[in-house]
Design a protein around this ligand. Structure first.
Ligand SMILES: [Zn+2]
Length: 337
């Protein structure tokens, strides 16, 4: 009788430990949007790499200035259309100096009903044109501190916090690109933010990033390989995804739908569909005020995937579950060997 009682008590403790663990980890799964803390489960269908607006091709400016009326008139109706197709959240990849303007992003989000997540970090693509001078003379720790401050105190005086870190490698492995990536690792270790790194087909940079992550004992799953759709060596991609890295296939344009179906089918066959993110690298307002669309995934790719044997569950995995797992805030150390 006594034995049964203790066994029962033990089971009860086990069960309650499990539930409380589950609940606390669920509560902790969050990210910051331009509206503040958001439970990760509420992100819904997410596009992980777009530009609501950017100043690509224009001179760098710490805060992006735009003709506000013209911007809102073009972007808000387009975002409403994207929202009507089912997209709930957009990760905006325009960094400081490259056109980031978080007050405008919040205004656009309010007007369109699309949740927007902004970033910290510097964009070191485009031959480092948008890297501020300070990054060359500051230490790695000083650069990281600027980004950590944005996370802890909000960006400038807006109270808006970044939801991820945006970085880039140009060709090869330059000193400034590695320096900024290392500052990204320090920022991750302090904030738990994921790093989206423009890498394209630069396998040398990919190898360098894996090496730096290893050196700092950080899980490769903190790194989103931006523009992985440009990588020709599928074996390298699959191998990297199996280490935990997120593969961002983020350059979709409508005519490439078949190519994306083939790639996704291959990645599914190779067992890494759980590491794939999809987006367009669109831009609803650039220097020429052109609209580089970002509705092809919902309009063309999803129906094509369904025709090619992808289940609703697969599609939910790529568009809903993977972005949550990739971007939920939390420090991730390398698993014990
Ligand atoms: Zn981009």
């Amino acid at each position: 009788m006594r034995k049964v009682y203790f066994l029962g008590l033990f089971m009860l403790i086990l069960v309650s430990c499990n539930t409380s663990q589950k609940n606390s980890s669920d509560q902790e799964a969050y990210i910051y949007s331009v509206h503040g803390k958001v439970e990760i489960e509420n992100l819904g269908v997410s596009l992980s790499h777009e530009h609501i607006m950017s100043r690509f091709g224009l001179n760098p400016a710490y805060i992006g200035e735009y003709d506000e009326d013209s911007l809102l008139m073009q972007v808000v109706p387009y975002l409403k259309k994207v929202r009507a197709l089912g997209v709930k959240t957009i990760f905006d990849c325009t960094t400081a100096y490259f056109g980031r303007n978080v007050k405008l992003l919040r205004k656009i989000s309010d007007a369109s009903g699309i949740e927007i997540i902004t970033n910290t970090g510097y964009y070191a693509g485009a031959n480092d044109r948008y890297v501020p001078e300070a990054a060359y003379v500051s230490s790695i720790e000083e650069i990281a501190q600027v980004w950590i401050d944005e996370f802890e105190k909000g960006i400038d005086d807006t109270g808006i916090k970044p939801g991820f870190i945006k970085l880039a490698f140009d060709k090869g492995v330059s000193e400034i690109d590695s320096k900024l990536f290392t500052a990204g690792i320090l920022t991750h270790l302090s904030t738990g933010l994921t790093m989206a790194v423009h890498t394209e087909n630069n396998l040398e940079a990919a190898t360098k990033m894996l090496q730096l992550l290893d050196q700092y004992d950080v899980d490769p799953a903190v790194w989103v390989w931006v523009h992985a759709s440009k990588v020709e060596d599928v074996d390298f991609l699959v191998e990297t995804a199996k280490k935990g890295v997120w593969l961002s296939l983020d350059k979709l344009k409508a005519p490439e739908t078949e190519d994306y179906v083939a790639r996704l089918s291959l990645l599914r066959e190779r067992g890494v569909l759980k590491k794939v993110l999809l987006s367009h690298d669109g831009n609803s307002y650039n220097r020429d005020r052109n609209l580089k669309e970002y509705d092809a995934i919902l309009t063309f790719l999803i129906p094509a995937l369904k025709d090619n044997g992808f289940s609703d569950e697969d599609i939910n995995q790529i568009l809903v579950v993977n972005p949550q797992n990739a971007f939920k805030i939390g420090v991730r150390h390398k698993a014990e060997k």
